[in-house]
Ligand binder design. Structure first.
Ligand SMILES: Nc1ncnc2c1ncn2[C@@H]1O[C@H](COP(=O)(O)OP(=O)(O)OP(=O)(O)O)[C@@H](O)[C@H]1O
Ligand SMILES: [Mg+2]
Length: 220
């Protein structure tokens, strides 16, 4: 579902990723870890085409990103849901509208949008807060809105960047349960985190980034 072959990426003269090869299968639930600044977010950005590699090949959900045309990128992004490290919720829009926005850009019928958004808000247990503005939600609730927004277009791949950032252990556990549920329905999930308690004992593949390379890959 996601395949990197000898991928390298630099910002100016700083080499962030060097000769990265990895493959994440359809339906897999995998983790990407390593210390702050190692390149986790950069690797995810390469997957959804927010950054381009300097070298190497990337294939995501059947698209060869080297050959993808700018007009096709929105279709790629419909298949790739993203939970951003910095949330990126629109503070002047309600919970409902933040989630619906991901569908409105796809020209969906308003009735269908209402159905999709309602379903996904129920799943993250925030249906009763659909008319609230994000600043009136707790951090854990805001994160659930971000996850709902990433899920609503029913992506085949879900990327999550430090999805439990500032949350307490109990709330983090609830967020991880949501991801497991999404994965159980067939979505391929890749989570980037420096927090090893998220993947310890999960029995999932973990890619360790160090010094611009994948230092090791193992089941945790
Ligand atoms: N747009 C950019 N321009 C220049 N340098 C960048 C840019 N984005 C990231 N970097 C640099 O690339 C390196 C990797 O950053 P990245 O955000 O991928 O790390 P990370 O592993 O996600 O860190 P964190 O755990 O703190 O989120 C850092 O040294 C960072 O300063
Ligand atoms: Mg990051």
């Amino acid at each position: 579902m996601i395949r990197f072959t000898n991928v390298s990426k630099s910002y100016d003269s700083d080499i962030v990723l060097k000769d990265i090869s990895l493959s994440i299968e359809k339906g897999e639930f995998a983790f990407l870890t390593g210390p702050s600044g190692v390149g986790k977010t950069t690797l995810l950005k390469l997957v959804y085409c927010a950054e381009r590699p300097d070298e190497g090949e990337i294939v995501v959900a059947g698209w060869d990103l080297k050959k993808i045309k700018p007009g096709t990128i929105p279709f790629l992004r419909r298949n790739v849901g993203i939970v951003f490290q910095d949330f990126r919720l629109l503070m002047n829009k309600t919970v409902f509208d933040n989630v619906a926005l991901a569908l409105r850009i796809h020209d969906m019928h308003p009735q269908e949008i209402k159905q999709y958004v309602g379903d996904v808000l129920k799943e993250v247990k925030l249906k009763h807060k659909e008319n609230i503005f994000p600043q009136h939600l707790s951090g854990g609730e805001q994160q659930r809105v971000v996850i709902a927004r990433a899920m609503v277009a029913k992506p085949t791949v879900l990327l999550a960047d430090e999805p439990t950032g500032n949350l307490d252990a109990e709330t983090s556990g609830a967020i991880m349960k949501l991801f497991r549920g999404i994965n159980a329905k067939g979505t391929t999930v890749l989570i980037a985190t420096h927090n090893d308690s998220l993947f310890h004992g999960m029995g999932r593949r973990v890619f360790y980034l160090k010094d611009a390379r994948i230092e090791k890959e193992r089941i945790e």
